[in-house]
Design a protein around this ligand. Structure first.
Ligand code: AVJ
Length: 323
């Protein structure tokens, strides 16, 4: 959409009420010594589009590696799962990877996609229901906070699906707590299918988060665009630049927005000061080994049933069983 068309649309649209939770989160993050913005706020409509573009980049090997792994192993995964299971997906987006599983899974009882973005969710759910003649109950929720499953979902033979290495966005302690919560949500004898990116050459990792075309930079900076639009911020996009680095001590890729100058801006009636070179930490992507991921799963109450990696050892996919 062009800038002009956007202006016209904005003029016609009623101003939306401010998302108070978003504002509170941003204000609290920007008042810390190391400023932060929660990475879950990347995914407005534009951010989701940019993320989709990231998954097509040469440098971003994760999606290709996981998709190939899923295709390769879907028959074996289907054998583990058996028939009559209910698939619960955390952060289903457009359910692209799910379709690979659904192609292989025999006689699934139900699919429950969970996503924070309601519009996309309902459309994707309808499409999956039609294409696979499968009962689908979409759940519009933020899976990082507490929620319950719809009452129609019997807690029998539940299989969680959490692809994409999205688990890498959590601090390890949070990831263990999340896994523990998922286990109680899914009930006894549950399974969890989860993708986790692997440790590798830091140069390869940094390239995946700082691509030559600048798509990841646009994705990161879009946070500021979103804050300007939705929270009435006055960030200047020219005054910040994207930075990605591998933090070897923590075993994670970090994304930051670097302030290019001393500057002050206002948000929600508060003044926020930046010194030149100061950063806003916008994302962690933790990278695991097969072993360190199994240990993490163990902390969350899950035992490893099987794990697969691609021939290059780029990415891992785990089948876990609730203990
Ligand atoms: C969707 C969280 C898995 O961490 O690799 C992509 C998001 N950030 N490029 C990731 C992301 C920058 C992505 N996850």
């Amino acid at each position: 959409m062009t800038a002009v068309a956007e202006t016209v649309l904005d003029a016609k649209t009623e101003p939306r009420p401010i998302d108070e939770a978003f504002l509170a989160s941003v204000l609290s993050g920007l008042s810390k010594r190391q400023k932060t913005i929660e990475s879950k706020y990347f995914y407005d409509a534009r951010g989701s589009q940019l993320f989709d573009a990231i998954t097509d980049l040469d440098e971003y090997y994760l999606t290709r590696a996981e998709t190939a792994l899923l295709k390769e192993q879907s028959a074996e995964i289907a054998t583990l799962i058996g028939t009559g299971a209910t698939l619960v997906e955390f952060g289903s987006g457009s359910s692209v990877k799910t379709r690979i599983l659904l192609d292989a899974l025999a006689a699934l009882r139900l699919y429950v996609p969970i996503d924070i973005s309601g519009e996309h969710l309902d459309a994707a759910a309808k499409q999956v229901a039609a294409d696979f003649s499968l009962p689908v109950i979409p759940l519009h929720a933020d899976y990082t906070s507490r929620f319950t499953l719809p009452h129609q979902v019997s807690r029998d033979r539940l299989v969680g699906f959490f692809p994409g290495s999205t688990i890498g966005n959590f601090e390890p302690d949070e990831a263990a707590a999340f896994l523990d919560r998922v286990r109680s949500l899914l009930g006894p004898a549950a399974r969890l299918l989860v993708g986790a990116d692997l440790q590798k050459d830091p140069a390869r990792l940094e390239a995946a988060y700082d691509d030559a075309q600048g798509v990841t930079a646009a994705f990161n900076l879009n946070l500021l665009v979103r804050i300007n639009r939705e929270l009435g911020g006055d960030f200047s996009l020219e005054a910040f630049r994207h930075k990605a680095l591998y933090n070897a001590e923590e075993g994670r890729v970090e994304m930051h927005l670097v302030s290019l100058a001393d500057q002050s801006l206002s948000l929600g009636g508060r003044q926020i000061d930046f010194t030149a070179g100061e950063t806003i930490h916008t994302e962690n992507s933790y990278k695991y080994s097969l072993e360190s991921f199994r240990e993490l799963a163990q902390r969350g109450g899950w035992r490893s049933e099987a794990a697969w990696t691609d021939p290059e050892g780029l990415f891992s996919f785990h089948a876990l069983i609730a203990e």
